[in-house]
Each structure stands twice: as C-alpha cells, then as structure tokens.
Design a protein around this ligand. Structure first.
Ligand code: ACO
Length: 321
C-alpha cells in the first residue's frame, strides 16, 4: 500500500509585488533580481495569515479530490512561518473544515516540509493505520522577512498549496528524507530572542537570516544526489522520468542541478518567476500549475525534490495516477 495524490489545491494572496516596487523601498533593481534568481514578482499577504492561506488551499484540494472533510484521517501542515506556536495551524484548518475524524499537526522542515509531510502520510498508509490524508504547505514569510535586508527580502513570497492523499496500490514509489543540523546557522529564523524576568529583557521577534552562497552550494549538491539515488535504487534511467518538480528557490539553482544530472530544462517546470520562493508551498503550487497546463498524465513518473533550512532535504519518486 502507498499514497497517491487525488487532488491539488492552492491559494495565493491577491497582492502582487513586482521587483520594481521593491526597488522603491530598497537599493535593488529588476535586472539584479531577475538575473540572480529568475524572480519577477511575488504575492504578499496583507491581512491573511498562514492558517487562512492554508485553509483556502485545503478547501480547493478537497474539492478537486471530491473528498469530504469527515473522510480525512490525518492533516499535516508544513510551514516555517506559523501564525501561532500553538494551537497549530493544522488544528485551525481541521476545526474550520470540520474534519473531526482527523489528527492534525504542523511540522517544521522549512522548504522540505511538503515532501516530509507526504512521507509521513505514506508511512501511515503503508502501516495500514490511515487511508485518507491532507498535506499542506503554507507560508507567510513576509512577516519574518527583514525588509531592510535586500539579500533575503527579494527572494520570498507568500502562498499555500495542499494535496489530498489516498491509500492505493500505485502512487509514491520511493522517498528520501534527510537532515544536517550542523548546518543550522546557514539559514535560520529564531522565533523570539530570550527574555524573561531573570534576563531583564523583553523578548523580540526574530527575522530570517541566510548565507545565500552556502544554501546555493548545498542545494546544487543535494538535489542531484537525491535524484540519482532514487533512480539507482529503483532501477530507473533518467529517460523514465518525465518531470523534475523541484522546490522553487532560485532559477539558477534549478539550472545548475539540471546541468549536473545532464537533463534538459524542459523537464524542470518553474513558477519561481511568478511567485518567488514560497518555501514549503512551492512544490504544490508548481504541481497545480502543471495540472492546469495539462502537463501531468497518468503513468508518468516524476521526481519531486525539496531542500531547506535545517538543513533538510527530501525527494519523492511518484507514478502519476
Ligand atoms: N539587489 C542588489 N544587490 C544586491 C541584492 C539585491 N537584492 N542582494 C545582494 N546584493 C549585492 C550584495 O550586497 C553584494 O554586493 P557587494 O559585492 O557590493 O558586497 C552583491 O550583490 C553580491 O552579493 P552575493 O550575496 O554574493 O550575491 P549572490 O550572487 O550570491 O546572489 C543570492 C545572492 C541570489 C541570494 C544567491 O546567493 C542565491 O541564490 N543563493 C541561494 C539561496 C536561495 O535561493 N535561498 C532561498 C531560500 S533557501 C531555501 O529555499 C531552501
């Protein structure tokens, strides 16, 4: 028994912020951002939090999968920008959906969150514990972005994507998950600085910081490594793979990964130009785009691959059904 995707749903805030608009509030330019990242614009939430974006994406996924909320056994929401420490955003979604039979919790695996959530649900299905799950990647990174740091703030966008998973004989063929906590400082966002009556200081909200070049090197090494491992242990050739659905962090990272595994760019669809880096939402946003374009067909084999803070990485070899 494995897991298959039976419906994808997305939601992004209405507000589009172009590179030219960012150039009005910081020293940057459309030319710099496009040439270094491939990003033209991103969505920024004005009033909606991560949980509201997640809820709307979840409703769209349930509608696409023709699944009622009561059928769900489990809801896992991956996010690196939760609205609350607790209750989890997943519990908020569960309550609003009326998915009273589902256990719900958030996971923190940054941009690998969607892949990690998928693998957890697959494990429950394989063990015969659950049959129907909802996984969500949702972010409002704009609230943890330091808008005076031009090297990070131009990269990210807000959005959410969700997928309904059902137990079945075909779907996910194999998955990889990994972490390297020794690289934690490369990309981080402390939720609060320490502060209590003993320190005499007020806790302050933390902002994201990143060593961009270290992330770049890590991603360009890890993506090909995980793809090649999946191919090797499933006795598949690159020709068997129709698409590589990579986390949308940076166009140059995707191009470099494609070069390393010697595969043409046509096999690497992208939405980075339109949404920027939406962290754990980027893979379902891309899958939804591919579905709307009629690119996904039953029988195709695709590899999804995510990487992010932690550092974490994950990949899934899937037969589309
Ligand atoms: N506009 C104009 N100039 C800028 C900007 C900006 N937005 N940001 C940085 N610069 C300047 C720097 O100040 C620096 O100037 P200096 O030479 O005068 O000091 C110069 O551009 C080069 O800066 P670098 O940081 O070396 O630029 P780099 O070529 O490495 O590009 C980038 C930066 C795009 C972040 C790159 O390192 C990268 O793509 N890294 C991957 C990180 C990534 O994609 N992270 C996504 C989040 S992580 C995740 O999703 C897992």
């Amino acid at each position: 028994m494995t897991a298959r995707i039976t419906g994808i749903g997305t939601y992004v805030p209405d507000k589009i912020v172009t590179n030219d608009e960012l150039a009005k509030i910081m020293e940057t330019s459309d030319e710099w951002i496009v040439s270094r990242t491939g990003i033209h614009e991103r969505r920024i939430s004005i009033t909606e939090g991560t949980r509201e974006l997640a809820l709307k994406a979840a409703r769209n996924a349930l509608a696409a999968a023709k699944t009622e909320p009561e059928e769900l056994d489990i809801i896992i929401l991956g996010t690196s920008s939760p609205d609350y420490h607790y209750p989890s955003d997943a519990c908020y979604v569960q309550g609003e959906l009326g998915a009273g039979n589902a256990a719900a919790f958030d996971i923190s695996a940054a941009c690998s969150g969607f892949i990690f959530a998928m693998n957890i649900v697959r494990g429950f299905f394989e063990a015969g514990i659950y049959k129907t799950g909802l996984i969500i990647g949702a972010e409002t990174l704009s609230k943890v972005t330091n808008w005076s740091d031009r090297s990070t703030s131009v990269l990210f966008g807000d959005g959410a994507g969700a997928a309904v998973l059902k137990a079945g004989e075909t779907g996910i063929i194999d998955m990889i998950m990994g972490s390297d906590g020794t690289m934690g400082d490369v990309l981080k966002c402390p939720s609060r600085t320490m502060g209590n009556f003993l320190t005499g200081e007020k806790p302050e909200a933390g902002f994201m910081t990143m060593d961009g070049q270290a992330v770049f090197k890590f991603a360009v090494k890890k993506i090909p490594e995980t793809i090649e491992l999946l191919l090797e242990r499933n006795h598949l050739a690159k020709e068997d793979i129709t698409y590589y659905v990579l986390h949308q962090a940076n166009e140059r990272i995707i191009e470099a990964a494609a070069r390393r595994i010697r595969e043409p760019m046509e096999k690497f669809p992208m939405t980075i130009g339109e949404y920027g880096n939406t962290s754990t939402a980027s893979i379902p946003l891309l899958l939804s785009h591919m579905e709307r374009q009629g690119m996904l067909k039953p029988g195709q084999k695709i590899i999804m691959s995510g990487f992010g803070a932690g550092m974490t990485w994950g990949a899934a070899l899937v037969q589309w059904v």
